[in-house]
Design a protein around this ligand. Structure first.
Ligand code: IYR
Length: 221
C-alpha cells in the first residue's frame, strides 16, 4: 500500500474586503456566461484549449484517480461525422423519444435537431467518464465518484473557457455512444457530454431566460 506523504499547503489568504470584491467580481463575470448556439468559424489557438483542459484536470475527484478523458476535436472531417451522428439522434429525440413534458421544458430555449455549430465552431471537446482505469499490468483500477468528479472537472473547464473569453455550449445528444466510435474511445469510457467551444457569431442571440434568486437556490441555517 502506498503511504501518504505531505507537503505544506500553498494558500494565499486575502483580506476580507478583497475577498468580498473577488467574490463579487467573479459572480459578475460568471453571470455573463451563456450557452451559445450561434458560433463563428474563427479559429482558437490550441494552446488555449490545452491550458483550459489543464485547469479542468485540477478538479477534486474520487481518490485522485482522475476519472476523465477529454478529446479535443478541430479536424473538420471528424466534426462533420459528429454533427451527422448527433443530428440523427436529435431528430429521433425531437420527433419520438422526448416526452411532451420534456419538449415543453425545452420550448423556452428554442432548440431543435439542427446542430450546424458542431461544424462551425473551431473546437468540440468530448468529455468521457471512464468507469475504471487500466493499471501498468493491465489490471482494472476501480474508479470512485465518477459522475461527481467528471461533473466538477467539466464545470471548471466551462469556467476556464468562459474567463478566457470563449463561448461554450454544453451539448448532450442522447444517446452519445457514437462518440466512442468516432473518437475511438474504449467501451469503459462513458461519453459524458460534448462541449462546443469558440467565438460567438457576430450577431449571436441567446434565449431570454433567467437564473433563480439566492432565496430559492439556497437556505442558511
Ligand atoms: N439534446 C437536445 C435536447 C436538449 C436537452 C436539454 I435537458 C437541454 O437543456 C437542451 C437541449 C439538444 O441539444 O437539442
Amino acid at each position: 500500500m502506498k503511504k501518504a506523504q505531505f507537503i505544506p499547503l500553498d494558500f494565499q489568504e486575502l483580506p476580507v474586503d478583497e475577498m468580498r470584491q473577488c467574490a463579487t467580481d467573479f459572480y459578475a463575470q460568471m453571470k455573463r456566461r451563456r450557452s451559445v448556439r450561434d458560433f463563428s468559424d474563427r479559429s482558437v489557438p490550441r494552446d488555449i484549449i490545452e491550458t483550459c483542459l489543464l485547469a479542468a484536470g485540477t478538479a477534486p475527484n474520487g481518490a485522485n484517480l482522475q476519472p476523465w478523458h477529454f478529446v479535443a476535436v478541430s479536424d473538420p472531417t471528424i466534426k462533420r461525422q459528429i454533427r451527422l451522428a448527433a443530428e440523427a439522434e436529435e431528430r429521433e429525440f425531437y420527433a419520438r423519444r422526448a416526452s411532451e413534458e420534456w419538449l415543453e421544458a425545452l420550448a423556452p430555449l428554442g432548440t431543435d435537431a439542427d446542430k450546424p455549430f458542431l461544424e462551425t465552431a473551431p473546437w468540440l471537446i468530448a468529455i468521457f467518464a471512464p468507469s475504471y482505469g487500466i493499471g501498468q499490468s493491465g489490471a482494472k483500477i476501480k474508479h470512485y465518484y465518477v459522475q461527481e468528479s467528471v461533473g466538477i472537472a467539466t464545470g471548471i473547464l466551462i469556467t476556464a473557457l468562459h474567463q478566457a473569453g470563449l463561448a461554450t455550449l454544453t451539448h448532450t445528444p442522447s444517446p452519445m455512444h457514437f462518440l466512442n466510435e468516432i473518437l475511438e474511445r474504449p467501451g469503459n469510457e462513458r461519453p459524458f457530454l460534448l462541449l462546443v467551444v469558440g467565438y460567438p457569431a457576430e450577431n449571436a442571440h441567446v434565449p431570454t431566460i433567467s437564473k433563480n434568486p439566492l432565496s430559492q437556490i439556497a437556505t442558511f441555517r
